[in-house]
Design a protein around this ligand. Structure first.
Ligand code: PMV
Length: 328
């Protein structure tokens, strides 16, 4: 075979408003609950994949540097699934670039596995539907399946690989809100979410979250999205993030993702609201915060945040499209 087996794709990271926390099937990364997210324009991964009979192993660079053994192993076993689908045995060279800093509290695994899924399947000439691509990306990293469709996205839980995928609820231009990622710490390395997913059921509150809290919170959030009711939307995302961190804190072992600066910014958000600036926080598996505002309030919020001495960086994102093929 002598044709060109190269493709480049980009994909955004996403922020979950209803969090994925806990898996019912670890190997297939089937989540215990539906989750809802928004793609982030300010946090993208661009990945080029080149399959060739000339390579004698898979190779991976991230931001121009050779990846470590653990990262290479994870990508290589994911590529293996795609090689099986395409019935091609060639190894690949993968070059991945992020537009956002490592340890920014933005999960690069979501944008990376979404971009990799699209680039690798396109390189091998596989024509997957959006749903099939989302299922595939999920096998690389759970939240990556939400970076495939456009805009505001829901990932559905299910008992089988075929039934658990993400789809677009609304396009990226549906609602003019923004996410300001507030970086209060640069963790040395990404805090693994896998351990958190594994121990989540040990929290005495986990079943209550699944059976009572989430069904209602998800319904209210969906109605707020439909009606573009920012106040209800914000109250739900804040309550949900606290619920998720309560599970992490009460798991065995207990996981605390926040640091002192996280709490300072959480308090600042409440103060700003009391003073009339409507802003809400959501926090993933790390110390950094995502502040959600209407786009008309971005500059005001930035000015307020600049007064806080412990903030290292702010990254502004708008709702964005999902994964895109750049070249083939
Ligand atoms: O996709 P993972 O395994 O990195 O898990 C993501 C977990 C959270 O970011 C905390 C929540 C979410 O739904 O994105």
């Amino acid at each position: 075979m002598s044709q060109n087996l190269t493709a480049t794709a980009s994909a955004p990271a996403n922020i979950a408003f209803i969090k994925y926390w806990g898996k019912k099937n670890k190997k297939l990364r089937l989540p215990t609950n539906n989750s809802i997210s928004m793609n982030l324009s300010g946090a993208q991964t661009m990945t080029t994949v080149d399959f060739s009979p000339e390579y004698d192993s898979d190779q991976l660079t991230i931001n121009g540097y050779q990846a470590n053994e653990r990262e290479l192993q994870r990508v290589s076993s994911f590529l293996e699934k795609i090689r099986q689908l395409a019935k091609i045995k060639y190894f690949a060279r993968v070059d991945s670039e992020n537009t956002f800093p490592k340890g920014a509290g933005i999960a690069s695994s979501a944008s990376s596995f979404a971009a990799l899924s699209l680039a690798a399947t396109a390189a091998l000439g596989l024509k997957l539907s959006e749903k099939e691509l989302s299922q595939l990306a999920r096998l690389g990293s759970g939240s990556a399946c939400r970076s495939i469709p456009d805009g505001f996205v829901e990932w559905v839980t299910a008992d089988t690989h075929q039934e658990s995928f993400a789809y677009s609820l609304y396009s990226a231009d549906y609602w003019e809100i923004a996410d300001l990622v507030v970086i209060v710490a640069h963790p040395e390395k990404d805090v693994s979410s896998s351990m958190g997913h594994d121990v989540a059921p040990s929290s005495p509150f986990f079943q209550t979250r699944l059976e009572q809290y989430l069904p209602e919170a998800t319904n209210i959030l969906k109605s707020a999205l439909k009606e573009k009711n920012f106040s209800i939307f914000g109250q739900i995302i804040e309550a949900e993030t606290i619920n998720f961190h309560a599970i992490a804190l009460t798991s065995q072992p207990s996981i605390m993702y926040w640091n002192a600066n996280t709490i300072t910014v959480m308090q600042k958000v409440k103060e700003l609201r009391e003073s009339g600036l409507e802003v809400y926080f959501t926090i993933d598996a790390g110390p950094n915060l995502h502040l959600i505002v209407e786009q008309t309030n971005i500059e005001r919020l930035k000015q307020e945040l600049e007064k806080l001495k412990d903030i290292k960086q702010i990254i502004v994102s708008y709702p964005d499209n999902g994964a895109r093929l750049i070249s083939k």
